[in-house]
Design a protein around this ligand. Sequence first.
Ligand code: SF4
Length: 65
Amino acid sequence: MSMKIDVNFGVCESNGLCVGAAPEVFDLDDDDNLHLLRDTVTPEIEEEVRDAVRQCPRRAISIED
Ligand code: SF4
């Protein structure tokens, strides 16, 4: 079973909280644009990604089971 990460880039405010929670998945570039380094959630990183979802103040991140 794999889950997919979806980010609503239109509401992201580039505060980097998700990068802090799951640096293997989320990255901010030099222009403060958020990038997904991967778009599927494997069991090893599931808890980190769920932390990122919880911490995002814009509710921009979702996981599709
Ligand atoms: S935590 Fe949310 S608002 Fe902040 S950079 Fe990540 S997706 Fe964007």
